[in-house]
Design a protein around this ligand. Sequence first.
Ligand code: AMP
Ligand code: MG
Length: 404
Amino acid sequence: MLSVAEAREHILSHFQPTATEGIPLAACANRVLAVDISAPYDLPLFDNSAMDGFAILAGDTSASSLTLSVVADIPAGSTPTVKLKPGQAARIMTGAQLPEGATAVIPVEDTDFHNREAGTAAPENISFSRVVNAGENIRPRGMDIHAGQIVLKKGQTLKPQDLGLLAMLGIAAVQVHRKPRVALLSSGDELLEVDAPLESGKIRDSNSYTLAALVESAGSEVLRLGVAKDTRESVEELFQKAIAADVDFILSSAGVSVGAFDYVKEVVEANGSLNFWRVNMRPGKPLAFGKYLDKQFIGLPGNPVSAFVGFEIFVRPVLERLSGKLDGSRRKVRVRCEEEIDSDGRESYLRAKIREENGVLFARLTGHQGSGNLLSLVQADALLIIPAGVKCVPAGQEVEAILL
Ligand code: AMP
Ligand code: MG
């Protein structure tokens, strides 16, 4: 039997990041950066006011009442033309460029001028009675970012706020990795479409819904091929569709165990090469990996929870590698088991609910761990990892968990 890590390393060694493409900024959410981004200029771009108020010379202030004459009005977006001299002030709006000579901004609410309605003209004078320090309420040029600074790194998944930053920096097109593409099929004569009438002995194909959504959650595209019957012809027909579409690999569920009607294994083997592994894990011991013609192929087990866990452990890392991601998308945390957990010595991924108390995460299993019991996965928010060789985790002990 292979260890989980060995199986994963072997699979990963066959995949490289996809090619890069330049796409418009508006299409960049959740895409993976293919290059480091450095700032072409400082941010803020110019010294500006952090408040609606009056630009002044800090030296002109005192704790006792003082009056300054207002010599200019500076709305946001304008270029100030005055140079403030002692005794002078300029009305200024948040974000507006600071006039020359000004060293501080006193907020409007700290002056005797309180009229903030739109269209109100600036007063001729303002009075106030407080000391204002140099630099107060000023956002100096380059305070946040200086020109040449690396602000986003290759391999990062672009978040909404990253797009905002790229826009601030005037970067209208971004070099990202092409989205990985996966052809997905289910296999089995027992499988019915979700809306087909029920028939005796049959069940619905649920894996294709779970797995397609998982592929998309990893920022990849899925080509849904549907269900192959348990015949050589049917399996081959769907594999041929995957070949015709330009996908990075073929992902299937079921048909890779030792069942007498498992044609997926046979078809891949006859048209390429196949590693059929028994991985030392629970759930999901059988795993197939190989090539159908020139396409990589990963065959997950059919049981719904095994397919899910197999995806998280083997397929998500492949999608991350293909997409150029350097940061894994699933977080691992330490959790304290609230109950004793028995295991069978295989590396086990157990469905659990997590709760937090005084900064400690506690875990409790969501129900029986049968690999067909999808409800216990639905109710889980983590997979506890019980290492290989461990047969019992006593209550109160900490284990690692993958947050879902
Ligand atoms: P197999 O790997 O073909 O032996 O299938 C193992 C178990 O998973 C069987 O109980 C199948 O009925 C079930 N199964 C296989 N494929 C699916 C699927 N697409 N959706 C739900 N259950 C499935
Ligand atoms: Mg089957």
